[in-house]
Each structure stands twice: as C-alpha cells, then as structure tokens.
Design a protein around this ligand. Structure first.
Ligand code: ATP
Ligand code: MG
Length: 188
C-alpha cells in the first residue's frame, strides 16, 4: 500500500485484452484488494465472468453498463442509445474511481467507446488525471489509429501518453479466420 497506482492499457487487434484484465482481477483479489470492473459497449451478451464475478465477491464488483455491440452483429439500438449508455458507464466509472473504495478499477472496452466517439476523449483524460494516487486504473479495447491526425490517432496518442504500461495484443492467428465461432469459456 502507499505505492503509486498505474495507468494500464491493453490494446491491439489480437485476442486477450479483457482476459488479461480478468487475470489481473484474480491476482489482486488474492491480496483482498478491492476491484471494480465497468464494462462499456458490452451488455446484451452473456459472458462467463458475469457469474464467476459473484464467486469473487465482495472484493470484486462487475458492472455492465454498455448496450452490446455498436453497429455490428445484433445491434438494433440507435446511436443515441449507445451514447447514453456509454456516458452513463463513464459517470459510474468516475464515481467508482473517486470513491476511494477500490485498489483497482478496470474500464473494460472503454477504448472502443472513445474511438467510436460515444464518450469524449477529454472526459476520459480528465478522469484519469483525477484518479486517486494509489489507484491502479486499467483501460481495455483496441486503440486503432486509422490515419495520421484523425480522431482515433489522437485518442490513441493521448491515452498512451498518460499510461504507465501499455501492452498491445497482436493477432498472429485467430480461429475466427478459419471459420471457428466464438467459444463458450474462451471468448465469452
Ligand atoms: P477477450 O475478451 O477474449 O480477452 P479481447 O478483449 O482482446 O478478447 P475484444 O476486442 O474485446 O477482444 O473483442 C471481443 C470479442 O472478439 C471476444 O469474443 C474475442 O474473442 C473476439 N476477438 C478478439 N480479438 C479477435 C480477433 N483478432 N479476431 C476475431 N475475433 C477476435
Ligand atoms: Mg475485450
């Protein structure tokens, strides 16, 4: 305790960003550290962690705030619903971060919410800046710069700039590419 908290970013086009964050939960709870994960963008699917989270209570708290996939797969929600859900998630995140109750707060898939401009980059940077010194803050989701100077590149640069640790998951092979569908317990 008393150590400086880190800003940790799991990004990249390969699989493993949310899984890495959940691995960190398992480790932190082992020391009875208090962890809160807020899931952005996700929301309409069932994920295994929704149930395993209950087994890690009360140290681990999982909040689903997103409205499911944005613009793909089963998305029927209008954009303003996603904007509202993402901003609600951001408000909850801010409360959790500032509450001083947690050792670790994970903003799962928030990078997608930034990239899709569902939430403002400046609001996120402001929250990162105002976090308690000792809190470890984790951001997941692929920061995918599309071209120099565009909104996505600026967001990627700024987030990486304020982070202490950035890991990029790189896709070497993914079973989706050979037609193998998302697997229970592995992908969700
Ligand atoms: P995971 O939750 O499995 O750790 P992730 O957080 O890195 O994955 P997301 O960008 O959140 O990946 O994507 C969510 C879903 O997309 C997951 O079901 C994941 O398995 C799948 N996925 C991740 N990377 C790839 C990829 N390169 N190609 C196809 N599907 C992917
Ligand atoms: Mg993820």
């Amino acid at each position: 305790m008393g150590e400086k908290g880190l800003v940790i970013v799991y990004t990249g086009g390969g699989k493993g960003k949310t899984s890495a964050a959940l691995g960190l939960v398992l480790r932190a709870v082992g020391y009875n550290h208090k962890v809160c994960m807020i899931q952005f963008v996700k929301g309409s699917w069932h994920y295994g962690e929704l149930d395993s989270a209950k087994r890690l209570e009360p140290e681990f708290e999982l909040v689903t705030a997103g409205k499911g996939f944005v613009g793909i797969i089963d998305d029927k929600s209008p954009r303003e619903d996603h904007v509202k859900a993402a901003n609600d998630a951001l408000t909850i995140s801010k409360e959790k971060i500032l509450s001083g109750k947690y050792d670790v707060v994970i903003l799962d898939e928030i990078n997608y919410a930034i990239q899709l401009e569902l939430v403002s980059l400046n609001d996120v940077l402001e929250i990162i800046k105002s976090k308690p010194d000792e809190l470890d803050l984790v951001l997941t989701g692929n920061l995918c710069p599309l071209g120099k100077g565009d909104v996505q590149s600026t967001a990627a640069e700024k987030i990486i700039e304020v982070a202490d640790l950035v890991t990029e998951m790189k896709e070497v092979k993914h079973p989706f590419k050979s037609g193998i569908k998302a697997k229970k317990g592995i992908d969700f």
